[in-house]
Write a protein that binds this ligand. Sequence first.
Ligand code: XMP
Length: 326
Amino acid sequence: DWSAGSVIEEQVTLIRERVGDKHVICGLSGGVDSSVAAALVHKAVGDQLTCVFVDHGLLRDGEAEQVEQDFVASTGVRLLVVDARERFLNALAGVGDPEDKRKIIGREFIRVFEQAARDVVGEAAADGHPVEFLVQGTLYPDVVESGGGTGTANIKSHHNVGGLPDDLQFALIEPLRDLFKDEVRKVGLELGVPESIVWRQPFPGPGLGIRIVGEVTAENLATLRAADAIARHELTAAGLDREIWQCPVVLLADVRSVGVQGDGRTYGHPIVLRPVSSEDAMTADWTRLPYDVLARISGRITNEVDGVNRVTLDVTSKPPGTIEWE
Ligand code: XMP
């Protein structure tokens, strides 16, 4: 019979046998899969695992803290945090095209992760423990989609780009490759991974970088982060999290409209709410959110977020619209 406990027990034994006294590295994104995979490997080999979290500055309010504090506190993993926020902002300066943004974010992510991996490899080797394994949060549906092969060389990041250079070769540990998402959540809960991570809705690797229509600047990020935090708070308070597949909040930084706030005319940016219902993100319908929840979100965002004077609702299904705006 399937139980989270027996999956954990079985994997712990397998991972211990395979890893021996070698060292293991894992990239954490803040998402469910990499977090649960890391927690499982940590249970098996403890401090022989080093996790790397690249903070690209494109996460939502509180998410970096969830990884740096909550995840570490609940699992005890050894975590290397790379603060790359400035680097990503500099690389994205002046860039408005969505594909260019994606490419830049993916490229910078790989470069930063690679350097961190080299640092970990160097340190572990100095202690006499070569790093031979890389943990990946591959799930069963990913295995089926990619033809079922098991990899040894390439890292498939959450940006779905790139590979590590030849001198950084790892064998993959994929402890979740027989599991579906709901099973991964059960395993995560059993391992004590924080609920805020276990129940996190899908969030794209390029993060808020592809939810700003226009240039990714520190100011635009702060504006979007504030609006997004309000929308998420109100949706959670209304008990709608499990009903909604995900709800991108998008800042139209390239668009301005006239408004009136207080005694004066404003010329601010619109925020778009994009709540969707879906089974697998391949197709989606826009979620019919209750009007009073929409009213609260709209009222709070326009009152509390500087520079935003309008909130709009995206009522497009997928197809023709994608879930994300970029
Ligand atoms: P679209 O916008 O194509 O999104 O309808 C489908 C699902 O994929 C997520 N998404 C991404 N996830 N890296 C990711 O890891 C990406 O570059 C990326 N782009 C979109 C999106 O949030 C939705 O769940």
